[in-house]
Design a protein around this ligand. Structure first.
Ligand SMILES: Nc1ncnc2c1ncn2[C@@H]1O[C@H](COP(=O)(O)OP(=O)(O)OP(=O)(O)O)[C@@H](O)[C@H]1O
Ligand SMILES: [Mg+2]
Length: 223
């Protein structure tokens, strides 16, 4: 299994208020899965993706991703895991404001040691695939929400990592742009065997999913 989670709890403490965002989740996903997590706002989708991406520790439970035992990993190990094994599309994009679109994508490739020239060329090709050929030199503040989202998608898939975690990658897109992005992710899944875990509110994509996980109040319901 590429992902194995057992009895994972995440409890947030806000003053005297305790929120159990995840309540004892079990999850197993094989290499090559195209998994979708759906469910109401506040159900725990982003929390789960952050834990799978080693961006936060579970309060309880065990979590193995790409052979790494995340709940007991050091910060240094988690940093390396994120950089080398993982593509992540954040719900809030997390683009670097001072860099333009093509530089934001190229940065991921530069971090893997690619020369600047090929990194920029590849980043440009990826942006073209998500329909942003004419927006390469725009900075995030000069892009619409949906355009920023597509830059974030291009950045997350640039390194062709084995695993991509995507938090509502089509949330700000119209149906046509959303379908383009989803088709691109599916192509990577089918051609390269990239494993995807995608949080989405878009129930239209159910037929594409190898695993369909409904998350309500921190628990999976079968459906
Ligand atoms: N850093 C935090 N501190 C305290 N509570 C948090 C924190 N992050 C999330 N929560 C709470 O945990 C629960 C799950 O939130 P989460 O963001 O995982 O939901 P979601 O399914 O991604 O929702 P959405 O569909 O709106 O993105 C919510 O009740 C939220 O208020
Ligand atoms: Mg969310």
């Amino acid at each position: 299994m590429l992902i194995e989670a057992h009895k994972v709890w995440k409890t947030y403490q806000r003053g005297s208020l305790q929120i159990d965002a995840l309540r004892g989740l079990d999850l197993e996903l094989p290499v090559g899965a195209f998994a979708m997590i759906v469910g109401p706002s506040g159900g725990g989708k982003s929390t789960l993706l952050h834990l799978l991406g080693g961006m936060d520790h579970p309060t309880q439970g065990t979590l193995q991703v790409c052979g790494m035992q995340l709940e007991r990993a050091s910060e240094a190990d988690l940093n390396r895991f994120r950089r080398e094994q993982l593509g992540f599309i954040f719900q809030s994009y997390n683009l670097i404001p001072s860099l333009n679109a093509v530089e934001n994508v190229a940065l991921a490739l530069l971090a893997q040691g690619q020369p600047r020239h090929t990194a920029l060329q590849q980043a440009g090709a990826l942006l073209a695939r998500v329909g942003l050929d004419s927006r390469m030199r725009h900075k995030p503040a000069e892009l619409s929400g949906g355009e920023q989202q597509r830059v974030a998608v291009a950045r997350a898939i640039a390194n062709q990592t084995k695993l991509v975690l995507a938090d509502e990658p089509t949330g700000d897109l119209d149906d046509t742009a959303a379908d383009t992005v989803m088709q691109l992710l599916l192509e990577l899944n089918r051609q390269l065997g990239t494993t995807f875990v995608i949080a989405t509110h878009n129930l239209r994509y159910r037929p594409l999913a190898t695993h369909w996980l409904e998350l309500h109040s921190g628990s999976f319901s079968t459906g």
